[in-house]
Design a protein around this ligand. Structure first.
Ligand code: HEC
Length: 332
């Protein structure tokens, strides 16, 4: 689905936001992580030769931040759940702000069944149909990303341990390597959360946060009902146009007229127009998208003349033109 998307711009922005960590040692600070793991082997190797057992013990036992729970699981709860399941509010009598509280469960009893994600109330709640009133997070709050769901799944499947080390639990989506300071891809979407929810409802499409970083922008998704998305729907997205950084419009009803609305998505990085009715006449409107990095025109009516204007978009790295009249090797 999204495999064509260049993820180059999506270097992980997993720098914790600087909020006080709710799990005392649960903070994942990129540079700190790199530095401490780089430091450790040298301490160990120095100590190892001399047989300074106490130092080795101190190093290996004091690293709660190296656990999978602290590094990967706790930050998800902190970001998406503790507003309703924490110190201030305990909806469903459930708190998710520490391992002990999590394991205590809520009014319906335990919410995590070690080894069995699909039998765990917590996992069921975050993976059920989002329109179900039991879906979590409640109240149309930003849902977990597929990666976050996967993290919970592998963690529960591996035994839902508090102490299992980060490296001991396999199958979790990788955190990309740290790559310099965080760059805002779009304005913070939070102030427009209500508007976003309303648009999703009336237009039957999804506007999904790219990550838990509020300035990472939104992904416009239509995959569950591409037939419902047309030029008129796109035109109604004007009030959130600057928040959309990826637009997955494959197989939608959009035409060249709809590209006018897309040309106003000023922060757009990736655009999928596979199997739409767009033509060479419309594609030129997209040259105003100065941040566009990828565009997929597979199985559309575009030809060489149509994609030629895209050469002026300096940021553009990938143009897919399979099954079109564009002559190989394509406009790179
Ligand atoms: C906006 C508030 C809100 C947010 C955010 C929220 N919840 Fe809830 N949660 C509720 C309410 C209200 C209930 C009680 C009603 C119910 O059980 O559906 C509840 C109940 C639950 C229960 C059932 C507890 C029990 O034993 O009955 C689980 C499990 C749960 N939430 C998990 C989560 C997870 C995981 C997240 C984060 C991904 C989350 N919630 C985020 C409001 C919220």
């Amino acid at each position: 689905m999204t495999s064509w998307l260049s993820r180059a711009f999506s270097v992980a922005r997993f720098v914790r936001s600087g909020k006080a960590a709710l799990f005392s040692v649960a903070r994942f600070v990129r540079s700190g992580t790199a530095a401490s793991s780089a430091r450790r082997p040298s301490l160990l190797s120095r100590a190892g030769l001399l047989g300074v057992a106490s130092l080795v013990i101190a190093v290996s036992s004091s690293r709660a931040e190296d656990t999978f729970f602290a590094q990967r699981v706790a930050p998800i709860f902190e970001e998406k759940c503790v507003a309703c399941h924490g110190e201030k509010k305990q909806k469903g009598k459930l708190r998710l702000d520490s391992f002990a509280q999590l394991m205590r469960g809520g009014e319906g009893g335990g919410v995590v069944k070690a080894g069995a994600p699909k039998a765990s109330e917590l996992f069921i709640r975050v993976t059920m149909d989002p329109t179900d009133e039991e879906f979590m997070p409640a109240d149309s709050k930003p849902p977990l990303t597929p990666d976050e769901v996967k993290v919970l799944e592998v963690w529960i499947a591996a035994g839902a341990s508090e102490t299992a080390l980060l490296s001991s639990i396999k199958g979790a989506p990788a955190l990309a390597a740290p790559q310099g300071p965080t760059v805002a891809l779009a304005p913070d979407w939070h102030p427009r959360a209500l508007q976003i929810a309303q648009l999703e409802k009336t237009l039957g499409l999804r506007l999904v946060p790219r990550s838990h970083v509020p300035t990472d922008g939104l992904v416009l998704r239509t995959a569950s009902s591409p037939g419902r998305c047309d030029d008129a729907a796109l035109a109604q997205l004007a009030s959130v146009a600057d928040l959309i950084v990826e637009a997955e419009l494959a197989r939608t009803q959009i035409t060249d007229a709809g590209l006018t609305a897309i040309a106003a998505f000023a922060n757009l990085r990736a655009l999928d127009l596979t199997r739409t009715a767009v033509t060479s006449a419309g594609v030129g409107k997209l040259v105003v998208l100065k941040k566009l990095e990828s565009i997929n025109l597979t199985s559309t009516a575009v030809d060489d003349a149509g994609v030629a204007p895209l050469r002026s978009v300096a940021s553009l790295k990938n143009v897919w033109t399979f099954d079109t009249k564009v002559s190989p090797p394509g406009p790179r």
